[in-house]
Design a protein around this ligand. Structure first.
Ligand code: KIV
Length: 254
């Protein structure tokens, strides 16, 4: 299992694949770390699966700082990636200042969405000595501009953009990059083109690792689960069962 970001190039070269999961609180961070998950992501999916927001654009720096601190208090070994939320990296100066705040909470690196269009921000973060993880493909923070969550890499133009973004982030020095909702063949192509580890979600199986939103894996957010995410537990069902059993005991004591 991964103990430091410095080991990422070895994983890219020799494997095994990286298993990455999201965490938003202390107990989940601690359990995933103890289970041996390679990297933990305090994702801004927080907004949807924990805070009940309609999308990630309502997630603020204050929310990310609060939850990153909680996760980091539970983690001893796994490097923690913290998301820079919507509108927190409008300029390179903002990007660096907010990335430092997340690092001060105990994150090992920060992630933001975009490629060529945010290159000055990415370069500034890396120049400040902060390890950086990219995120290209379907970008949840752009859902309003895009008019929905759309798979990327279906047209020649989209493929060219993805490859330009991946190369730009790689050349800037990203240690890893999330490839979200990308046609699998294109994710495979990007994985072989870049030095950074690719971490796929809805992008096929050829990436250097996979990331899942933990409530999707655990079945603890029963109202929505993306088609590619296999629930391996039914935490929502088990919660309802335990709560009903408790209520029955309280209301009709033996
Ligand atoms: O916010 C998040 O959980 C993410 C993953 C979907 C990669 O960015």
């Amino acid at each position: 299992m991964l103990t430091s970001l410095n080991e990422l190039p070895q994983y890219k070269k020799n494997g095994p694949k990286l298993a990455v999961l999201t965490a938003y609180d202390y107990p989940t961070g601690r359990m995933l770390d103890e289970a041996g998950v390679d990297l933990l992501l305090v994702g801004d999916s927080l907004g949807m699966v924990v805070l009940g927001l309609p999308d990630t654009t309502g997630v603020t720096m204050e929310m990310m700082l609060h939850h990153t601190s909680a996760v980091c208090r539970g983690v001893k070994r796994a490097p923690v990636i913290a998301d820079l939320p919507y509108a927190s990296y409008t300029t390179p100066e903002m990007a660096v200042a907010n990335a430092k705040r997340l690092m001060d909470c105990g994150a090992a690196c920060v992630k933001l969405e975009g490629g060529v269009s945010v290159l000055p921000q990415v370069r500034a973060i890396i120049a400040a000595g902060i390890p950086f993880v990219g995120h290209i493909g379907m970008l949840p923070q752009s859902v309003k501009e895009e008019g929905g969550y759309k798979k990327k890499g279906k047209t020649a133009e989209s493929i060219d953009h993805l490859i330009a973004d991946a190369k730009a982030l790689d050349e800037a020095g990203a240690v890893a990059m999330v490839l979200e909702s990308i046609v699998p063949d294109v994710a495979t192509q990007i994985t072989s083109l870049v030095k950074a580890c690719t971490i796929g979600i809805g992008a096929g199986t050829a990436t250097d690792g996979q990331v899942l939103v933990t409530p999707d894996l655990l079945g603890s957010f029963p109202w929505f689960r993306p088609p590619f995410a296999k629930a391996r537990a039914d935490v929502a069902g088990e919660t309802m069962r335990a709560v009903r059993e408790y209520m029955a005991d309280v209301k009709t004591p033996a």
